[in-house]
Design a binder for this molecule. Sequence first.
Ligand code: BTN
Length: 263
Amino acid sequence: MTEEDEKKSRNAESLELLLKQNSFIVSLQELSETDSTNRVAKELALSGAPEGTLVVAERQNGGKGRLGRSFFSPEGGIYMSMVLRPGMPAERAVLITTCAAVAVARAIERVSEVVAGIKWVNDIFVQGKKVCGILAEAGLVPEESVPSYVVLGIGINVKHQSVPEELKDILGCLEDSGKSVSKNDLIAAVWEEFSELYRNLSAAAYMEEYKKRSVLLGKTVTLFVPEGEYKAVVTDIDKEGHLEIDRDGVKQKLSYGEVSVRM
Ligand code: BTN
């Protein structure tokens, strides 16, 4: 543990106290810096950590995004990963990402008074800019359809940060709205909302809300697939979280993990 981590653990009561009110969270590990909280949580999961184990870091130096991308993770954001053991087949466990997106959008609106939209499948948008990314990674066991664990990673841009030129038009932060946001309150709100939705995960009761919050429905978007890119109109999102599109009159359903979308 570094000196900074020791100081943090002495001053950690407030986040720990806030999270104590949520019985879903069984342990909290706070770090000043790590490569990736998903990597740390995966190690914990592999060594038997139970569902509800949470890792939170002030910054990451190897933050991971979807499709092998990196996730810009300077100080001022929230970087956290939760060990889950949903005990359901991998196809259903994909719903954890959509469920988390609704939970984060609700939590952001509770603590920051902005309107939060969802860009399929895992990005939260505020005022046209990405403020949050979500990456769920399943621990698959050969020959088994049920993953032994899922690590749910959430990164939220909260405070103003100096952003690389190429990301300036894409990334926003919650404090762009002018209101200051408590990171600890937001972390607590995210897990409060998530634990409530996660209990009913198989019912996918939140999918209507997911759709209402979608910033893609009805829009013409550019889709990027390994073979290239094309334009299509987004017509719906189904209960399994597939994106339904109309490409020149031909209807298609796209799965999470296959494709990325630009508005
Ligand atoms: C994306 O936008 O493609 C997903 C980004 C997910 C980032 C979070 S930050 C906490 C956790 N640790 C990581 O390395 N990634 C996730």
